[in-house]
Structure formats: C-alpha cells, structure tokens
Design a protein around this ligand. Structure first.
Ligand SMILES: [Zn+2]
Length: 480
C-alpha cells in the first residue's frame, strides 16, 4: 500500500506544519496569558520563547526567506519524486525487495567437531585434566581464573610446539635421513595429517548466545522504507529537558532521545560550543512514538482534511525517529531567529565533526537513490564510535555500511580500527593487541544466534548491535 511507504520527507514536511501550528498556538498563549512558573531557564537553557516562529530546517524556504504555500510544497514533492524516478508523489513504490535469506546456522556437526577437536587438543596439552573450556560463556562475565588458566594452556602448548619444532630442526641438522621411529617427528606428522584446527585458533575465541529478539536493539539499526521499527512504542528514552547541558536549545520540553544518543549529543555540543562560542544549536525533533504520528495525522485531518492527511502521513513504524537515535537540528539565535544548518555561520561544523562523536548525516545528497530519502541536511543519526568514523571515511550511508560489514566475519577477516584511526583488515587467527575490532554475525534460524567474541582480558567493552534486518554487528575494544 502506498500510504504505508510514504517518503519520510513528506513526514518531515508535515511535521514542519505541525511545528508552525504549535508555534502559533504558543505565541497566542504567550500574548494572552502571563508566563507560567516553570523550571528556570538558566538550569535547562530552554529560551523563554522556546518554540521558534517557524519550524526550523524541516521547512523549505523561498530564496527571499518566505514560506512556500502548501500547493507549492506539493508541486515540489511531485517534481522531486519525478526526478528520483521512484514513484509519482502519491503513487506506488517500486516492488519491495525480499529480505535477504537468513544464513544457515553453523551445523551442529560442525560445532560438535570443533568441540571434540578442542577437547582432544586440551587433553593433549594438559595430561590428567579433563575440563575443556570451549563452551558458551557470557561475554560480560569473564572468569578471571579460567582466562588465566587458558593463557597458561596457550603458553604450555606454544612451548611444546616450539620444542617439537626445535627437535625437528636439530634432527634435520644432525641426521639428514630422519628415522621414522623418532617419537617427536612421528607425533608432529600425525597431528599434521589430521584436519583438526590448531588449538591456538580455538582458544582465541569464546562464544555467546544472543537472543534473536535483539535483532532490533542497538545503535546500528537500519530503519527505512524496507525495515520498520517494531519497538517504536516500547523503547526507553530520556527527556532531553533536564538532562541536557547549556550549550544547545530544544524546541520543546517533550523532546526525548535514547540515553546513549543524548550523552553523545551533549558531548558533541559542548565541543561545538568550545570551538565556536555558539550555543544556538537546537533540536527540533527527536524521538517520535506511534501516537505522536497519529497526533500529527489528526492535526492534518483537522486543518486540511482527510485526503491531505492520508497523502502526507507515513504509516507509523517506518520513521527513523522511532528509534530515539535520530534528531533534526537547526539553529536559533539570541535574536529569536531561526537559521538552518546550511545558512548558519558555524553550521558546517556539524557535518565536519559529528562522526567524532558517533553521529552521521543520515540522508546525504549523493545517496538519495539508496536511502530513498531526499537530501536532509538537518537529520542526524547516532550510530556510535567507531562506526560513524568508518562511514565518514569510506563515504557510506547506513544502508551501504550494513552491507559493507558483511564482508567481515569471524570466518573471513575482521575490520581493525587502530588507535591512530587507521583501518586495516586482520585475520581472525592473529588478533591485534590494541584498537577496536568490528565484524558481522548473520542471524541464524531459531531463537538465538551464536556469536564468537575474542577471548582474553584485553578484549573488553564488547557491544553487540542488531541491524534490524538480518544480523548483528560486534564491536570489541582492545587494550589492557
Ligand atoms: Zn528527521
């Protein structure tokens, strides 16, 4: 159905109308009623006129600064969609691409094979011991004694292999024709003949089971016309009002974001203030629940009629604003003037530096054919560090990044972000000792997905984020 796949641009335009209506209402109230006693402006830095006269940035303007009429906006939408070639303004979207097939789980046989290979290797290295550690353990509760024991096992194993190699080279040096009865050689040759993986490879990794219901939890959720966000009404968000710093504004006390997004935004705005001296940045829109979309819909019905509302309001569930990870930004000056990011003196700072704080410009002008959303210079999205940096460096939008990460698995190669910010591919059998590792794990059928994570106490702060589509992206911080 066409109305289930409305372009978010239309939604934002609608939201802009809503903001105008709210602003007018607020202005009227301010004229007729004395100001209510509320939280001190110093504390929260919400300005007395907390609602801008115009909806910032969301609303396109004419070159002379005046607003377009609704009819003109509709005309623009029509030509924009015509240019995109995606659909007529209120027509059908292109046929929906089917979800990528879920990958087969690693077979039980394979798991059993690894398990017995590991146990055999373990027993060989630890005569008399019968306590294999190749078993699912929770990432967040590393067992210090077990880790220490494993490291010892690696050390012992490494020494004995070293010993074998030394025996062998000594033997080769002293006796060119090696007797087959040499016990060291026989042992080495036997183990080389079997196809068991080397013990070193196995002990580098733990496994943890993650519930597949977590596919839509984390900072790397892909929410677009293809992938709705089903937890729109149930996620935990925090009011920005009362949890913000003094370096930016909010257009309404109702604005909220997820805690991680809000914390990162506070950090970013403080840096922005320190570098520019400006505290004019303003969040115009943050988290939206399903009801807020219905409110907007009803508002449109009341002011413009049902037909118009049906044409402009997106079906709840497909907006990135549902995740609490996205926000629309603008600037609001001390003179009470709204200035868009593109027009504001220091506006370009955001796009130049946001990735350092985990944010990306979600709908860039050169990715319209992928995002299916027009260039929105005001819409920013939290994805976290180092993902924002990788996306910025590689010039990938989120749709592309989700695909790009699928090259990196614990079976192939891992993406390594070094402490100096340089990126490199590394082998899962030779892990680095500093930086950040990132890789993808496809979701498997059933209730849980088995996720491999590096073992050892230098690997910490492991974050597992669903992509809201078909798998998980794992981020591991390394360092002692
Ligand atoms: Zn937006």
């Amino acid at each position: 159905m066409a109305d289930e796949r409305q372009n978010e641009q239309e939604f934002d335009d609608l939201l802009a109308d809503f903001h105008i209506a709210q602003a007018k209402k607020a202005a009227k109230q301010a004229e007729t009623a004395p100001a209510k006693a509320g939280p001190s402006p110093e504390k929260t830095n919400v300005r007395p006129k907390s609602v801008p006269r115009y909806a910032p940035a969301d609303m396109p303007r004419k070159p002379d600064g005046t607003s377009y009429s609704i009819a003109e906006l509709r005309q623009q939408q029509a030509s924009r969609h015509a240019v995109q070639g995606q659909r007529t303004p209120y027509g059908e979207l292109p046929p929906e691409k089917p979800l990528p097939p879920r990958q087969d789980p690693r077979s039980k046989n394979e798991r059993a094979r690894r398990q017995s290979a590991y146990e055999a290797a373990y027993r060989q290295q630890n005569p008399g011991q019968n306590k294999p550690v190749y078993k699912h353990r929770r990432v967040n509760k590393p067992n210090g004694a077990l880790v220490l024991f494993t490291l010892l096992a690696i050390l012992v194993g490494g020494l004995s292999i070293h010993q074998i190699a030394q025996n062998r080279s000594e033997a080769a040096e002293t006796t060119p024709s090696v007797p087959v009865s040499d016990p060291a050689i026989t042992e080495a040759d036997t183990s080389a003949e079997t196809e068991e993986p080397a013990p070193e490879e196995l002990v580098l990794w733990n496994t943890t089971e993650v519930s597949n219901t977590r596919i839509d939890e984390g900072s790397l959720l892909l929410v677009n016309y293809q992938y709705p966000y089903e937890k729109a009404d149930t996620i935990a968000v925090k009011d920005v009002y009362g949890n913000k710093n003094k370096y930016y504004q909010i257009s309404s006390t109702a604005i909220s974001l997820t805690e991680i997004t809000l914390n990162a935004f506070n950090t970013m705005t403080e840096a922005f203030y320190n570098e520019t001296g400006s505290d004019d940045m303003i969040i115009v829109s943050g988290y939206r629940n399903v009801q807020s979309q219905r409110d907007i819909y009803n508002d449109r019905v009341a002011t413009q009629g049902e037909e118009m509302a049906a044409m402009y309001v997106a079906n709840p569930g497909y907006s990135e604003h549902h995740t609490g990870l996205a926000m629309d930004l603008s600037f609001y000056t001390d003179e009470g003037k709204q200035v868009s990011i593109e027009e504001y003196e220091h506006g370009s700072w955001i796009n130049e530096h946001c990735h350092e704080y985990g944010f990306v410009l979600r709908y860039p002008s050169d990715k319209v054919d992928i995002t299916k959303i027009s260039y929105e210079f005001w819409h920013y999205r939290y994805v976290g560090i180092p993902h924002a940096q990788i996306m910025s460096e590689k010039r990938l939008c989120l749709e592309e990044y989700i695909e790009y990460m699928k090259e990196y698995t614990t079976e192939t190669k891992l993406l390594w972000i070094q402490g100096n910010g340089m990126m490199a591919d590394v082998s899962p059998t030779a892990l680095p000792s500093e930086g950040i590792l990132v890789y993808y794990v496809p979701m498997t059928e059933g209730e849980t997905t088995e996720i491999r994570v590096p073992r050892g106490n230098i690997f910490h702060d492991t974050e597992i984020s669903g992509n809201n589509a078909d798998g998980f992206i794992v981020t591991v911080h390394i360092g002692s």
